[in-house]
Design a protein around this ligand. Structure first.
Ligand SMILES: [Zn+2]
Length: 184
C-alpha cells in the first residue's frame, strides 16, 4: 500500500510532514528519507508512535543531540521523499525527484542553517537533486537554490542497522567542536 504526494507537489500542504524547530532547535533541520510506516503518518508527531512512545530512531538521535541541548522534539524535521512507499524502495528515486521542490520550499520557509541528513539513500538522493557531492561524516557548506546551508550527513540512526548508530557516535565525537560551533 502506497501513499503518493509526488503527482502534485505544487499543492502539497507546506506544513504537512514538517516539524518546525523551536528555541535552540530552530536552525536545525533533520532530513529523513521517507515516512516510516509507524511514525507521524499515524501519530501526527515526528518520531512518535500513536501511543506517544518515542521511536528507536528518535531515541538514537537524541543520544547524539543531547550534548548540544537539542533533541528531536525541538529540532526541525522532515523527509526528502514525502510519499510512503512501503517496501518498494525502488520508487524512492522517482518520488524523491518529484518531491524535491517541496523540501526546498520547506527549507526556505524556516531559519534552517544546519541540515542533518539521515542515511546513505537520503544522501544519495539529496546529492543528485541538489547537485552536491556531500559525504557522510563531514560538515560541508552547500548552496541550494539561493541559500547556504551547513550540512552534516550521517548514517541512518535506526537500530535496524546497528552499525549506523555506532558510526554516528564516532562522527559526532570526532566533529564535536565543529558541531558545537555551528550550534552556538
Ligand atoms: Zn510518489
Amino acid at each position: 500500500m502506497h501513499e503518493h504526494y509526488c503527482s502534485d507537489p505544487q499543492n502539497f500542504p507546506p506544513d504537512k510532514f514538517f516539524q518546525k524547530g523551536v528555541g535552540k532547535g530552530k536552525i536545525v533541520l533533520i532530513i529523513g528519507e521517507s515516512p516510516a510506516p509507524n511514525g507521524w503518518r499515524k501519530s501526527g508527531k515526528a518520531f512518535y508512535t500513536t501511543k506517544g512512545k518515542l521511536l528507536p530512531t528518535g531515541k538514537n538521535l537524541n543520544k547524539l543531540l543531547i550534548k548540544y541541548d537539542l533533541n528531536v522534539e525541538i529540532c526541525g524535521f522532515t523527509e526528502l521523499v514525502k510519499c510512503f512507499v512501503g517496501k518498494d524502495r525502488k520508487l524512492l528515486s522517482s518520488c524523491g525527484e518529484k518531491c524535491w521542490s517541496i523540501l526546498v520550499k520547506q527549507m526556505e520557509s524556516v531559519d534552517s542553517e544546519f541540515l542533518i541528513i539521515l542515511g546513505v539513500k537520503t544522501l544519495e538522493l539529496f546529492n543528485k537533486l541538489s547537485k552536491q557531492s556531500l559525504e557522510i561524516g563531514k560538515i560541508q557548506k552547500a548552496k541550494i537554490k539561493d541559500r547556504f546551508y551547513t550540512v552534516l550527513p550521517i548514517y541512518h540512526p535506526s537500530p535496524i542497522s546497528p552499525i549506523g548508530h555506532k558510526r554516528n557516535i564516532e562522527i559526532f565525537s570526532k566533529l564535536d567542536k565543529e558541531i558545537a560551533r555551528v550550534l552556538v
